[in-house]
Design a protein around this ligand. Structure first.
Ligand SMILES: *Cc1c(COP(=O)(O)O)cnc(C)c1O
Length: 423
């Protein structure tokens, strides 16, 4: 499609947008007394207007029923978490039995590593991307140390080439081959939080399996942002948070995928808790753990219903919009963003470090500003744009399909152009 850098053109795209009515279902933060241009759905998704009622329902049932709400609430709390796998199956591309919603992301990464990082003296290495999200780096290093190995030697980070920000896919495959039977676990993000680079999860998984390693992904920036086919790619496990692209509220409950070939295996090692044991015998309160033969078998605690109520409301909007429509619009929004950025960058004031190829990025573009990046960022904010600053010079912007307009992108382009001209 031919794009134009004009307000009329952006408005026309909005007029023809099949998802245009969804913006009204969200609270758009106000900055300088007007609706902001909110480009940080990659960091904290906005609140949809159905969330309050969803949480209030549970507060009301708690008030009315007390403990009996476990059985008698409109959404009985005993089974509350069971509503999610069906809603997430298309979003992450997994079977219902392979999904569970529980805990939070870093906790879940640890739980998955308890199962899938079982180092031996010959096979103990973890291979991951350089500059993974810090929480993930800490999780990997502490797991390695818990098992008595040295992170300096046991963690292999695949680096970008000299002078590059993103990682060559062939270098990842090569590194997996090179370290071969020393690798216990390959663990990448689906989308790198800093560069916005999408990794080829399918081929990374195959490469990992070819050397006899397990393969998992942190989908914090991928879930709800890009199409995923975890089951078809034969990924062993994956974890994600729900407060970024999935709009489920600050610190909300996390999600986990465990391939059915593992989740049906009752003898695979795991940390155990009462919510992971056979539901028929759970309340007999007996000694022996009998794991549920689905991803639910990794649950430790009973469901945090109040924040799950936000997740439920947020996913209802996804269901209503249709995940394929969401991905379609996401692609078009980011194509328009790339076009606008390139159009205003005649003076080469900045560089887009996110890969531009369709299948190598999602909604986020990371823009590296050559001079006075921080000042440019402040100028954007003064003009009603909520974006995200990462040291030393990167502005991350992520227009998302459910509540951003093409007009937001046009206005952002104009504001950025003015801010750069003051530089
Ligand atoms: C956002 C994010 C986290 C945050 O972890 P929490 O446990 O939810 O606080 C971790 N890893 C990645 C890759 C992220 O993008």
């Amino acid at each position: 499609m031919e794009f134009k850098n004009t307000l009329e053109f952006a408005k026309e795209l909005d007029q023809n947008d099949p998802l245009k009515s969804f913006r009204e279902k969200f609270y758009i933060p106000i900055l300088n007394k007007k609706e902001s241009i909110y480009f940080t759905g990659n960091s904290l998704g906005l609140q949809s207007k159905n969330v309050q009622e969803s949480i209030l329902d549970e507060l009301e049932d708690w008030a009315n029923f007390g403990v009996e709400g476990h059985e008698n609430a409109r959404n009985p709390w005993l089974h509350y978490h069971e509503i999610f796998p069906e809603m997430l199956t298309e979003i992450v591309g997994a079977k219902i039995e392979e999904i569970v919603v529980m805990n939070q992301l870093t906790v879940n990464l640890h739980l998955m590593m308890e199962t899938f990082y079982r180092p031996t003296t010959s096979r103990y290495k973890i291979i991951c991307e350089a500059k993974a999200f810090p929480s993930d780096q800490y999780a990997f290093a502490s797991q390695v140390k818990m098992h008595g190995y040295d992170p300096a030697n046991a963690i292999i980070e695949v680096q970008p080439r000299e002078g590059k920000e993103t990682i060559e896919h062939s270098d990842i495959l090569e590194a997996i081959k090179t370290h071969g039977n020393e690798i216990a676990l390959v663990l990448f993000s689906g989308v790198n939080y800093y560069t916005g680079q999408v990794f080829n999860m399918k081929e990374i998984t195959t490469a990992a399996h070819n050397v006899g390693a397990y393969c998992g992904f942190d989908l914090a920036h991928a879930a709800g942002n890009i199409p995923l086919e975890l089951h078809n790619w034969d990924v062993d496990f994956a974890c994600w948070c729900t407060y970024k692209y999935l709009n489920s509220g600050p610190g909300s409950v996390g999600g986990v995928y465990i391939n059915e070939k593992h989740s049906t295996n009752k003898s695979i090692p795991r940390l155990e808790g009462w919510w992971g044991t056979n539901k028929k015998t759970r309340f007999k309160m007996e000694k022996d753990f009998d794991p549920i033969p689905t991803a639910e078998g990794w649950q430790l605690s009973n469901a945090p219903v109040l924040n799950m109520a936000a997740h439920k409301a947020a996913l209802e909007i996804f269901m209503e919009a249709g995940i394929h429509n969401i991905f379609e619009k996401g692609k078009k929004l980011s194509a328009y963003l790339i076009y606008i950025l390139q159009d205003i960058n005649k003076e080469k004031d900045f560089e887009i470090i996110t890969p531009l190829k369709d299948n190598e990025h999602g909604c986020q573009m990371s823009v590296s500003i050559n001079n006075n990046g921080r000042k440019v960022f402040e100028e954007l904010k003064k003009n009603g744009i909520i974006a995200d600053w990462r040291e030393p010079n990167v502005i991350r912007v992520a227009p998302v399909p459910l509540y951003n307009k093409y007009e937001d992108i046009y206005n952002f382009g104009e504001t950025l152009k003015t801010a750069l001209s003051k530089n």
